[in-house]
Design a protein around this ligand. Structure first.
Ligand SMILES: Nc1nc2c(ncn2[C@@H]2O[C@H](COP(=O)(O)OP(=O)(O)OP(=O)(O)O)[C@@H](O)[C@H]2O)c(=O)[nH]1
Ligand SMILES: [Mg+2]
Length: 337
């Protein structure tokens, strides 16, 4: 038996969470077309059966991370901290790069920090990611994602420029959407994992508490339904989670009652989240409820409220309160007293 931790690292929006979901076959992490969707490190566990007598059975513990970007707010700093924590205990790191993107490593002389319409400084953001990679002392694979969107011959210049930056142990092109290249990726991962027993029970696919997964599904719905700065200024906290009672009539599905608060930073954002006559909040709720029902396997009654919490992204106390691992530690500490 082999086992180990594999951190999934990369710039925002390259497809880290999509890959995690494809590998586990479960919706472990939320996915949207907007960058900075993931805010916590997220574990997804994959059981690999022995392969034709050539490779032993394995348990791979994947750790999805927030997209690496230079931090501005307290929330950003916490996201980067999550990346560092994922990199602390790992046997292998996958660096994901979006196959559709052109990467430029030289600094851009036209970059004017005062210009309102300036392009993001990709060069220095990429360098920031590679500065983390260069500190690693474990094997690192380069995984090119979204190859369903490009021609094979377009990959070569990108691979060349990235492998010039770092001596990757493997270069593996994949499409998580088409499930292309995933078997090869898993086999190469098992090859480098150490011998060891399982870290998680065989049938457990994540370590996230169900309440947190529910909050994330609501946040996914917000990210899909709103634009501009609203998705980034939104946080979701579950206030009440009533376990389902046995259904009143046979054949009727049990009902879970959930009430959640959506926090935003300004009145204008609250108005957008609620929408004319409450239509936006209703759409957010309907989208989230369907996904929560499929996660829980029950009917769901979902109540949403919007509260303005000015500047929460820069409040370390508030940002702490969103982190389920910190909350559990706190509860554990209180229990010991
Ligand atoms: N066509 C295609 N799209 C993909 C693939 N993988 C991811 N995407 C899309 O890329 C976007 C970003 O995917 P995510 O998985 O949320 O990316 P991420 O790296 O986790 O992003 P952050 O959490 O924001 O850092 C989504 O719109 C996905 O549907 C792929 O293999 N093919
Ligand atoms: Mg993600």
């Amino acid at each position: 038996m082999k086992s180990g931790f594999v951190a999934i690292l990369g710039r925002p929006n390259v497809g880290k969470s999509t890959l995690l979901n494809a590998l586990t076959g479960e919706k472990v992490a939320i996915v949207t077309a907007k960058p900075q969707t993931t805010r916590n490190r997220i574990i997804g566990v994959v059981e690999v059966p022995a392969h034709k007598g050539t490779s032993p059975a394995a348990q791979i513990v994947f750790v999805d991370t927030p997209g690496v970007h230079k931090p501005g707010s307290q929330l950003d700093r916490r996201m980067l901290q999550e990346v560092h924590e994922a990199l602390e205990s790992r046997d292998l790191v996958l660096v994901l790069a979006d196959a559709t993107r052109r990467i430029q490593f030289d600094s851009d002389p036209t970059h004017d920090p005062k210009s309102k319409n300036r392009k993001p400084n990709w060069a220095s953001e990429d360098e920031f990611l590679f500065s983390l990679v260069r500190k690693l002392d474990c094997p690192v694979f380069l995984v090119l994602t979204k190859i369903d969107l490009v021609r094979k011959d377009q990959l070569l210049p990108l691979i060349e420029s990235l492998t010039r930056q770092y001596n990757f142990a493997q270069v593996i092109p994949v499409s998580a959407r088409k499930r292309d290249g995933l078997d090869v990726l898993v086999r190469k991962i098992v090859d480098v994992l150490p011998k060891g027993e399982r870290f998680y029970p065989k049938d457990q696919y994540t370590d996230q508490p169900i309440r947190f997964m529910v909050a994330e599904l609501i946040r996914e719905s917000i990210l899909i339904e709103t634009g501009e700065e609203v998705p980034y200024a939104a946080a979701v906290v579950i206030e009440q989670f009533e376990e389902p009672e046995a259904p009143a009539r046979p054949g009727k599905r049990p009902l879970t009652g959930i009430s959640a608060v959506i926090y935003c930073e300004r009145d204008g954002q609250k108005a957008i989240l609620i929408g004319k006559g409450g239509t936006k909040l209703k759409a957010i709720g309907t989208g989230a409820r369907r996904k929560i029902e499929s996660l829980l396997g029950t009917q769901v009654y979902l109540e949403l409220r919007v509260i303005v919490e000015p500047g929460w992204r820069d409040s370390s106390g508030f940002v702490d309160s969103l982190d389920w691992r910190r909350q559990l530690e706190k509860l554990g500490g209180e229990g010991e007293q």
